[in-house]
Design a protein around this ligand. Sequence first.
Ligand SMILES: C[S@@+](CC[C@H](N)C(=O)[O-])C[C@H]1O[C@@H](n2cnc3c(N)ncnc32)[C@H](O)[C@@H]1O
Length: 257
Amino acid sequence: MNNDYQDFIKKVYKKTGIDLSCYKEAQMKRRLTSLYEKKGFKNFQQFFDAMEMDQTVLNEFLDRMTINVSEFYRNGKRWEVLKNKIIPQLLAKSKRLKVWSAACSTGEEPYTIAMVLSHFMPLSQIKILATDIDENVIKRAKIGIYPERSLAEVPEDIKRKFFTKEGLFYKVNDEVKRTVTFKKHNLLADPFESNFDLIVCRNVLIYFTEDAKEILYKKFSAALKPGGILFVGSTEQIFNPHLYGLKSEDTFFYRKI
Ligand SMILES: C[S@@+](CC[C@H](N)C(=O)[O-])C[C@H]1O[C@@H](n2cnc3c(N)ncnc32)[C@H](O)[C@@H]1O
């Protein structure tokens, strides 16, 4: 049974470049097993064979392994810290900020960054790189239409300023959309750009093994300018940040030394 999963990991890697061995095993196996059982397969071998023959099965696999939940201003208090403390510090050093939302899912996070930055500069001066491994979420991010529940933490004035209500949904205004460039990018395989002032990578590191996380902390650190900030999710505290050339600046914010 264990070999079944190990073989599956190898074959998926060959087919898609996605390395499942970097994701916590018990959790990932559980998610994928419940999917293939629901589809009537008996083991990972049968599941992979079906993925080979049928693109929709492959898409369902990708959909299940990438957990895409997101929302605007997720953990609102942290975004207050970003606005009131971190951004002013970064702007004291450079007028233009190079910003990356890594594992951006359906776009709520990079658009939130743009809205926060808009307190300090016109939207036309804001440029944010936003990446995810999953092409489907990138397509949805570019459309920029969200159900009300995604906006639960958005301050009222921001909601009025940057969203247009369309029936039951909210559309992000075009000036905000223009600040973000979306790209497909696999954190575990693709090279990182460098010289970032701010990297926001939230709620994806929890899915990775300790080994994979360590490699990523080093790569994020190398991608930041000295003094740049890494902003992680609210369950993703980095133990021993100094091992990666980082120091804690505030809860869930790390500064490159
Ligand atoms: C739970 S969402 C987090 C979205 C957003 N950052 C937030 O905090 O609300 C996790 C995202 O990580 C993406 N992801 C998973 N593995 C990845 C990888 N190896 N490289 C890049 N993105 C990945 C998934 O596709 C998913 O969109």
